[in-house]
Write a protein that binds this ligand. Structure first.
Ligand SMILES: [Ca+2]
Length: 669
């Protein structure tokens, strides 16, 4: 546990390093303004300052030139909400039950950065995405799966004097078009004005007046500016599309959204200079996780993870290694640091600068103060950075990476904390940024020491989650998350073990709609969810076995596309799918596949045991539209475990098909 106890209280008086700083610290020097800017799903390789030569980010590049650029900056998690929790608390999100995006909320018992700063004379504002709770106790656009009352937690409830925010991501051009499901609130009231055009501008239109007012009143301020861009739905306005004329449509939109965000960064920097507060403002910039999508994906998922392996959701570097800048002319000399730093560090760094901590501050804090780094006294990170996310292949899961990781100055361990550890991975990030060479058998000593730290971290998180870190012992409210909550179990269990013991969830048990012949469904197959893990379970009531794209085992280069809930980009006839399922009520079944294709004619075969069905794909109109089609029938006369394989014979056009699900529907006599 020693590695967790690293947060040192106040270092005492600040040492001013800037030549023009006054002899005695002025209020501005000891209480710098703080702006936390964060993009949503921007890849490490997207901005020009990290080497992108196509996407235009002149303002971020100018900022980088005047900043400390973090070459190894990490988001607290590979998805949205958990990273945001890490920014405001300095604590890993598993300590307070934010397992993944749209789960849990920022607990009232946690102490947030705005809450601390308010006690130190700051005015505090939050602008853009929130994603740390619902903004109306009676409503969430995320639907029934998101308990709006239980997760009600607004920025004001966590210390923001002013806030203009949405619960989650919005369309990036004309965000008002999302207002029915995901409205903007301004200080708790629905906002309907000034929501047309570029969303980054819509956000900055609220942040700048707040900053202006604080600067003119000479009040130190915290402005949290969490842009929605370039997260889906990606849409750029005409003037931004024009900047990328000649490129394909998806690139124009994605690149345009980043350039639009960049313009707002420029506007903010100019405003800080005009107000005369730029020198004494800490201006941070990062992204909450790696880029969306899969390499080579079409559409508008065009983010770049740079040299790194993997993307958003995974604990490979591409999921968590993000752009990082700090511009602070009064204290920071422009340059580059290779010390690993994290969004977990914002909170302890700020407290260290102020020489203050709140009474009842929950501990441990997982981040470290970067003040020694600013002073040139930190050449290595004193403690490693822990990561944990949901395992498995579901839409918000780690998508093939192990679900825990520890990043140290040189090495990174990835593990599922299972069995003998023969699937664990150890990389030397200084020599191998792309995580290609697994050193686990060469350096078992290092791996074992790192794994012991992760085991201690996990135990520590369990205690935190149970409320042991709070000054007032945590009392579980009726309906509050508890250690027996499925979310907690899901977060802390080992994926493979759980699959063995899995029981059907309500969603998994809900039968697939029985298709009308020729019906075309526009939306993904709502209501079909994978049973936990990789083994599909037969529904007890309907007798249907639903084999979803998310639960499929892919063979070859196939990937599951979480954004569309399907297997897509199926270009090789050599690639195939399989599912394992548990049959309790044997009998005869019709096999129905939900398939999308622009043309008739791809041929595929389905195998279960020694039975084989051959079928021909019937066109659905587009690869984005699914159409249920009966492939044939199967006789499964015994209960037990089966494997169903789906293999192409020939393809029509460039792809075999898009596939959402295969269902075995009992034939009633
Ligand atoms: Ca995100």
């Amino acid at each position: 546990m020693k590695f967790l106890r690293h947060f040192t209280p106040a270092l005492g008086l600040l040492v001013l390093t800037h030549a023009t700083a006054p002899a005695a610290p002025s209020a501005a020097a000891s209480h710098p303004n703080i702006i936390l800017m964060m993009a949503d799903d921007m890849g490490w390789g997207d901005p020009g300052f990290n080497g992108n030569t196509i996407i235009k980010t002149p303002n971020l590049d100018a900022m980088a030139k005047n900043s400390l650029r973090f070459d190894r900056f990490y988001s607290g998690a590979p998805v949205c909400s958990p990273t945001r929790g890490s920014c405001l608390t300095g604590r890993h999100p598993y300590r307070y039950g934010i397992w993944t995006a749209n789960e849990g909320h920022l607990r009232k018992e946690e102490i947030s950065l705005p809450e601390v700063l308010k006690t130190q004379g700051y005015t505090t504002g939050h602008f853009g995405k929130w994603h740390l709770g619902t903004l109306d106790p009676n409503f969430s656009g995320k639907g029934a799966g998101r308990d709006a009352a239980k997760n009600f937690m607004t920025p004001a409830m966590k210390g923001s004097d002013e806030w203009f925010a949405t619960e989650y991501g919005v369309r990036l051009w004309d965000p008002f078009t999302d207002a029915a499901a995901n409205p903007y609130y301004h200080n708790g009231k629905l906002e309907t004005e000034n929501l047309a055009g570029d969303d980054s501008r819509v956000v900055m239109d609220r942040a700048i007046p707040f900053i202006r007012q604080a600067a003119q009143a000479k009040t130190p301020f915290l402005a949290v500016i969490w842009f929605h861009a370039p997260h889906e739905p990606v849409a750029a306005g005409p003037e931004y599309l024009k900047m990328y004329a000649g490129r394909d449509e998806g690139e124009q939109h994605y690149y345009g959204c980043i350039t639009a965000l960049d313009e707002q960064v420029g506007r903010l920097r100019q405003e800080l200079r005009a107000l005369g507060v730029a020198d004494h403002t800490m201006l941070w910039f990062t992204s909450d996780n790696g880029p969306e999508g899969n390499a080579g994906d079409a559409g508008r998922q065009r983010g770049s993870a740079g040299p790194f392996r993997g993307r958003k959701r995974s604990l490979w570097e591409g999921g968590i290694h993000v752009p990082g800048l700090l511009e602070w002319p009064a204290r920071i000399k422009p340059g580059v640091t290779t010390v690993p730093c994290s969004t977990l560090d914002y909170f302890p760094t700020t407290l260290d600068l102020l020489g203050f901590r709140m009474k009842g501050q929950p501990e441990p804090i997982d981040g470290v103060s970067l003040v020694p780094l600013f002073e040139g006294k930190m050449t290595e990170r004193p403690v490693p950075i822990p990561f944990e996310t949901l395992g498995g292949t579901g839409s918000n899961n780690s998508r093939g990476s192990p679900r825990m990781a520890l990043v140290d100055n040189r090495y990174k361990l990835l593990t599922d904390m299972e069995g003998a550890g023969d699937k664990d991975l150890l990389f030397d990030l200084l020599a191998d940024r792309g995580e290609t060479k697994n050193l686990i058998t060469q350096r078992t000593d290092i791996a074992q020491a790192m794994k012991a730290k992760l085991a201690a971290f996990r135990e520590s998180c369990k205690r935190s989650f149970a409320g042991k870190d709070y000054a007032t012992p945590f009392a579980l409210e009726a309906g509050a998350l508890s250690p027996s909550d499925p979310g907690f179990a899901r977060g802390l269990r080992a994926t493979a073990e759980s699959a063995e013991k899995a029981t059907p969830t309500k969603a998994a048990a809900r039968p697939n709609r029985r298709a009308k012949a020729g019906a075309t469904i526009e939306s993904p197959a709502a209501g079909i969810a994978a049973a936990p893990g990789k083994i599909a379970l037969q529904n007890d009531d309907s007798g249907i076995v639903a084999l979803t794209a998310a639960a499929a085992t892919t063979h070859g280069d196939l990937t599951y596309r979480a954004d569309q809930n399907k297997i897509g980009r199926w270009s090789s006839e050599k690639d195939w799918l399989s599912w394992e399922f548990e049959l309790r009520q044997p009998g005869k079944f019709e096999v129905e596949a939900n398939i999308g294709h622009t043309e008739d004619g791809s041929v595929y075969e389905i195998f279960v045991g020694d039975q084989k069905i051959q079928s021909v794909v019937s066109a659905s109109g587009s690869h984005q539209k699914q159409k249920p089609q009966i492939a044939g029938s199967l006789n499964l006369s015994q209960p037990g475990r089966y494997t169903l394989s789906l293999k192409p014979v020939s393809k029509k056009g460039p792809v075999v098909m898009s596939l959402w699900s295969v269902s075995l529907i009992p034939v009633t006599k």
